[in-house]
Write a protein that binds this ligand. Sequence first.
Ligand SMILES: [Zn+2]
Ligand SMILES: [Zn+2]
Length: 251
Amino acid sequence: MSVAWWARSVASGTVNWVNSWLGRGLPGYCAFCLSPEPLESGWCRECFNELPWNRHACVQCKEPLGRHTSNLSPNLSNERCGHCLVSPPAFKVTTAELLYEGPVIELIYDFKFNGSPRAGALLVELMLANTPAHLGSALLPVPMFQARAKKRGFNQASWLASQLSKRLNVPVVSARCTKQLPSQRSLNRRQRMVNMVGAFQVVGPLPHHVTIIDDVVTTGATGHALAQAALDAGAMHVDIWAVARTPLDRN
Ligand SMILES: [Zn+2]
Ligand SMILES: [Zn+2]
């Protein structure tokens, strides 16, 4: 299904039909290995266990803290990375339980750039399989600069937030991206932070605790800028909930 087709469907009011189709995915088969006995969420137990889990990570920004550490002791569950210790971001906790690699890259690419409904539905299920311990009273999707959203046909974070909102009965609040941001890929962490200053404007009022929704967290620069905008708009506590975090070597 093309993004353009999807965007037209949404625009022409057939969104409910699309959403009911999205919810079904490919019933009866594991989404990853196509074995015929998946769990209710759409995958089999083995594939779920073998996904690239982000098990040992900074509690605040979810930056992986070392890939080969096993048997993590419970007292490390509050561990923070050097960046968060030295210069804490405006958000408190990040939930991004998968690493952006392997099948997760494929799913997110298929969702974002091919507008695949099956991939979108699976990403929602993967997020729901790792719901934050303390969810905010409102979901705040990372906004996209309008011209960019128009070009892509949809904003993936808004779509994820709207699906999670329906499933969890939590309202969505919105923000505007007021700056056309150059690609962040070639920039280092500091350049990204500088680049993002003043990029977002939150449309209030906001509840005390807000959860930002995104697909992938890279350095946390976007989350920091949006969290700061949410704090400026009256929120007192901001967290992030995303599908995945980029591994260290891809930051
Ligand atoms: Zn499987
Ligand atoms: Zn951190």
